[in-house]
Write a protein that binds this ligand. Structure first.
Ligand code: BGC
Length: 332
C-alpha cells in the first residue's frame, strides 16, 4: 500500500509502498489524514521515533477512516471513525489505566504517527475498537478536524477547571488550525473571543473568524481576558499575554517551546493567575470535539480544509502552508 513515511536512515520524509498491516480488532480503510505543526517538526527530525526495531515511521495522526472489517459487535463495516493518537505506557500508570493516556506520567506512552507506532497516512491501518470514535454521517466532511479539536476541548476544560470564577472572555494566540478551532470552541461555549496573530486584519483567516463573531487583532496591547489559549508556538508572545490575564485568569499553553522568557511572578501571585500546559486529549475530549463540531456552522469549518492527493504530500512539508489552514491528504 502507498504510505507517507519518515525514513530515519535517509533522514527525510518520502512516499513508498509498504506491506499492509495485519491483526488488530478493526481494519480501517483510511479516507484522509491531516497534517499539522507536529508533522512538520517530525519531518525536520525535531522529535519522533519509528516502531522499535524499524527505521521508518508511517506519519499521520489526524485521520478519518472507514471500518472495512471488524470483529467487534457494535462497530459495523462502513462506520466512519476518527482514531485516538496516544496508546498506554507498557505497564500502565494510574492515568493510562483509567484511559487518560493524555495524562500519562511515565512518558513511556506511544503515539500513532509520532512516537513508536505507525500512523495513518497510508491506505490501510488496524486498530482496537476502544481507540476509535464514530462520526455521524453529516460531520464526515469536517471529521479531520476532530483530533485537533479534541486537543482544544481538553485545553478549554483545563482552563475552566482552573479558573475559580466565571470566565467569559477568551484570548487565543495564533490563527493556525488549533487557534481557529479554539476560537470556534470558545464561541460555542458562549465566550467573547479574540484571536491575536500575525496574519493581516484583512486576510482570509481574519475574515473567516469575523464571520463567526470572533474579533481579530495583530497586536496584544490593550487586550484583556479571563482565559488565554496559546496556539502560536511562541513562549515570548505567551509571556507577553500574561499581562492580558484578568485576576483569576488562566493561560493554557499548547505550542510554545522551551525559550527563556521573563514572567511577572508577582502579578501571578497577587492576581491568583495560573499558567498551565496541556497535551493530547482523553476519550471524553474526542466525544466533546465531535459534539462541538456538530454545533458549529459548516461555513466556518469547511474553508479551513484544503484537500490534496497523497502524491502531493511531500509538498506539504517543503513549503509553509500558505493560505491553507489545514492541509489534508486523501488516501482513497
Ligand atoms: C497531537 C497530540 C500529540 C502531540 C504530541 C499533537 O500534534 O495532536 O495528540 O499528543 O502532538 O506528540
Amino acid at each position: 500500500m502507498r504510505a507517507l513515511l519518515l525514513d530515519f536512515d535517509e533522514r527525510r520524509p518520502r512516499l513508498a509502498d509498504v506491506p499492509e498491516p495485519a491483526g488488530g480488532e478493526v481494519r480501517l480503510r483510511i479516507q484522509e489524514c491531516g497534517t499539522c505543526g507536529t508533522d512538520r517538526d517530525l519531518a525536520a527530525f525535531a522529535f519522533g521515533a519509528p516502531p522499535s526495531g524499524e527505521s521508518q515511521l508511517i506519519l499521520g495522526h489526524e485521520a478519518v477512516a472507514e471500518v472495512a472489517d471488524s470483529s467487534v459487535p457494535g462497530l459495523a463495516a462502513g462506520t466512519i471513525v476518527v482514531p485516538a493518537v496516544r496508546r498506554a505506557c507498557p505497564t500502565p500508570c494510574a492515568s493510562c489505566a483509567r484511559h487518560r493516556r493524555d495524562l500519562c506520567v511515565t512518558g513511556a506512552y506511544q503515539e500513532r504517527g509520532i512516537f513508536g507506532l505507525h500512523g495513518y497516512c497510508a491506505e490501510w491501518a488496524v486498530d482496537r475498537a476502544e481507540d476509535l470514535f464514530a462520526i455521524p454521517p453529516r460531520l464526515v466532511d469536517v471529521a479531520v478536524l476532530v483530533e485537533p479539536m479534541s486537543v482544544v476541548e481538553k485545553a478549554c476544560d483545563v482552563a475552566v477547571r482552573l479558573h475559580p470564577g466565571e470566565p467569559s472572555q477568551l484570548l487565543v494566540l495564533g490563527a493556525g488550525a488549533v487557534g481557529m478551532l479554539a476560537a470556534w470552541a470558545g464561541v460555542r461555549r458562549g465566550w467573547q473571543v479574540t484571536v491575536v496573530s500575525r496574519e493581516p486584519e484583512d486576510g482570509p483567516r481574519a475574515r473567516l473568524l469575523r464571520t463567526g463573531g470572533v474579533r481579530y487583532r495583530t497586536e496584544l496591547p490593550g487586550m484583556e481576558a479571563d482565559l488565554v489559549i496559546e496556539a502560536c508556538g511562541s513562549a515570548e508572545l505567551a509571556a507577553a499575554a500574561v499581562g492580558c490575564l484578568k485576576p483569576l485568569g488562566v493561560m493554557v499553553t499548547l505550542g510554545a517551546r522551551n525559550e527563556t522568557v521573563r514572567l511577572p511572578f508577582l502579578d501571578l501571585i497577587v492576581g491568583n493567575r495560573t499558567i498551565t500546559g496541556s497535551v493530547n486529549a482523553g476519550p471524553e475530549h474526542f466525544r466533546q470535539a465531535i459534539g462541538t463540531l456538530a454545533g458549529l456552522e459548516p461555513a466556518w469549518l469547511r474553508p479551513m480544509i484544503e484537500r490534496r492527493p497523497l502524491a502531493r504530500a511531500l509538498e506539504s512539508f517543503g513549503a509553509p502552508a500558505g493560505d491553507a489552514i489545514k492541509v489534508v491528504h486523501t488516501l482513497h
